[in-house]
Design a protein around this ligand. Structure first.
Ligand SMILES: NC(=O)C1=CN([C@@H]2O[C@H](COP(=O)(O)OP(=O)(O)OC[C@H]3O[C@@H](n4cnc5c(N)ncnc54)[C@H](O)[C@@H]3O)[C@@H](O)[C@H]2O)[C@@H](O)CC1
Ligand SMILES: Nc1ncnc2c1ncn2[C@@H]1O[C@H](COP(=O)(O)OP(=O)(O)O)[C@@H](O)[C@H]1O
Ligand SMILES: [K+]
Length: 480
């Protein structure tokens, strides 16, 4: 599991750790890791041209100490001081002592740089880059140099992943002690490039519950249901899928395709697209009447391509098993009915649907994904899975459980119907007994991995290809 902690938590841990170490030791650890990462990126340090962009805080201090280390190894290093009277003094002395040069013509040195170290702001940054830093940042980005962000790309919000103004896009970020939420959540994540975590001994001082966590193969493998010797289809779980309509029969087929590959023992389909479903998947149990009369299931999925069947949504929400609500089901959702349920509910909106549920513009959800998913979960007393370029899953109990961020997404998933596959898959995992936050985050992980497998066979891919690649994604996580 990869974990991320908020700025406040990082600062508290740093304070604890610093109290046990000689002055400046922590910054030296950070700078050593940073310089080593730069050396890897450069290949050859001797003779390389490096520019260090230095802001007014400790982030600039890290950059200066790393610049000093590179200068001692024979690089030609120039520093651009963006706040000359507030530059980190120890860092500056080490830098000039090692042969680093302070320049007053940033554009001249940036034009020929091999590597730029962005030490403008780290976890102390607020809002986008200040106006005086903007032309320098643009020149850095416009050069041929590799841009390496120190701790975080300057101009992004560490705690939320928001980008409120201009920020400096990095090719790589070297972050210290722990990931910060902004390194894992779009839009900031896109500014970070490849992220490398450098240990500085902070781990022991961080609380056990992080703010954010990202599953890895081993975590998913541990959570996936596995049939036991004595299993039968009912014990493995039956998932009911209420989806599709005369107008959108395909959504039913895709949701069932996902559900059949999610580990439940059987899929019960309820709705008006039974012929289309059976034609593709003869193994599906189909039912034409209302969900309540369809027979026992261990979880319901309601909504993909459903049209205006409000009664079906109400019927399913009145059940005593976990329910996943997606697409049209979200449009027909009664918040009080969700809050009153005893069994868990999992809502899976994309940004547009989340915006409608929250009564805010879509752009607001996209620019503040973490706050939006938390708010949805709190408002509905449900688990919320917010789809998109970074998919997030939040539980109903606020900061007591970490929000899960999906590291496996791929823009190839932006294809019609892939959300239907995801809802079937997540519903199947619910029926197999996973908790909603696990079901949602495991489903998003496998869905993204399946898309990557499908792309490896040839792109562009369709949603059906994603569903078909789920077994190979499953095999991948359970055999590595
Ligand atoms: N304290 C320590 O010993 C350690 C600190 N670390 C480094 O220290 C950083 C945090 O240092 P600071 O708390 O000094 O904060 P920063 O260096 O991130 O920045 C704070 C300074 O930047 C200015 N600023 C804020 N927003 C700005 C903006 N949008 N544009 C331009 N300037 C802006 C503020 O006025 C303030 O002076 C971490 O990100 C990390 O790089 C690491 O070296 C680990 C050890
Ligand atoms: N740019 C992107 N990068 C990664 N994943 C994406 C991107 N855009 C969409 N997705 C994923 O694709 C799926 C689309 O679902 P959804 O928006 O419901 O589409 P549809 O209604 O066509 O099924 C979601 O799993 C979402 O997370
Ligand atoms: K930075």
């Amino acid at each position: 599991m990869r974990t991320a902690y908020s700025v406040e938590t990082v600062r508290n841990a740093e304070t604890e750790l610093m109290a046990r170490l000689p002055e400046g030791a922590l910054m030296q650890r950070a700078a050593a890791g940073l310089a080593a990462a730069c050396a890897d990126l450069l290949g050859r340090v001797y003779g390389a041209r490096v520019v260090v962009l230095v802001g007014s805080g400790d982030n600039g201090g890290d950059a200066l100490y790393a610049g000093a280390r590179l200068a001692r190894r024979g690089a030609g290093v120039s520093a651009v001081l963006l706040a000359p009277d507030r530059t980190h003094q120890g860092g500056l002395a080490a830098f000039t002592g090692a042969g680093g040069r302070v320049t007053d013509d940033p554009f001249e040195v940036l034009a020929v740089a091999d590597l730029v170290l962005d030490g403008i702001t780290g976890i102390g940054g607020k809002g986008g880059l200040r106006p005086d830093a903007v032309p320098v940042a643009r020149a850095a980005r416009g050069s041929d140099a590799v841009v390496v962000a120190v701790d975080l790309p300057s101009g992004v919000e560490a705690d939320s992943g928001e980008v409120r103004g201009e920020a400096l896009r990095a090719d790589a970020t070297v972050t210290f002690g722990t990931y910060k939420p902004g390194l894992l959540i779009d839009p900031a994540r896109e500014y970070a490039g490849t992220v490398r975590l450098v240990g500085i001994g902070l781990e022991a001082h961080l609380p056990s519950v992080p703010d954010l966590e990202a599953l890895q193969h081993a975590d998913v493998a541990r959570l996936l249901p596995e049939p036991a010797a004595e299993s039968d289809k009912y014990r493995r779980g039956v998932v009911g899928v209420v989806a599709g309509s005369a107008r959108y029969p395909g959504a039913a087929v895709l949701a069932v395709a996902g559900a059949l590959r999610g580990g439940a023992g059987a899929v019960r389909y309820v709705g008006h697209a039974a012929d289309a479903v059976i034609a593709r998947f003869p193994e599906t149990l189909v039912h034409a009447g209302p969900p309540a009369k369809a027979g026992r299931v261990q979880a319901w999925v309601v909504g993909p391509g459903l049209g205006d069947d409000e009664e079906a949504v109400r019927d399913v929400l009145a059940s005593d098993v976990p329910v996943l609500v997606d697409a049209d089901g979200l449009r027909l959702l009664d918040a009080a009915a969700v809050r009153d349920r005893d069994a868990p509910t999992l809502l899976t909106p994309h940004a547009g649907e989340a915006a409608a549920l929250l009564g805010v513009p879509r752009e607001e959800v996209e620019s503040s994904r973490l706050a939006s998913v938390r708010e949805l979960a709190a408002h509905y007393g449900a688990t919320a899975l917010l789809k998109g370029s970074t998919t997030l899953v939040a539980g109903p109990d606020g900061s007591r459980t970490p929000v899960r961020v999906n590291p496996m997404g791929t823009p190839w998933l932006a294809t019609a119907g892939s959300g239907d596959v995801l809802s079937g898959l997540a519903g199947s995992l619910l029926a197999a007994g996973l908790e909603p936050r696990d079901a949602g985050s495991v489903a998003a992980y496998l869905h993204g991995l399946a898309a990557r497998h499908a792309v490896a066979e040839g792109a562009p891919i369709t949603s059906y290809d994603v569903a078909s690649a789920l077994p190979s994604a499953w095999h991948d996580v359970t055999h590595t």
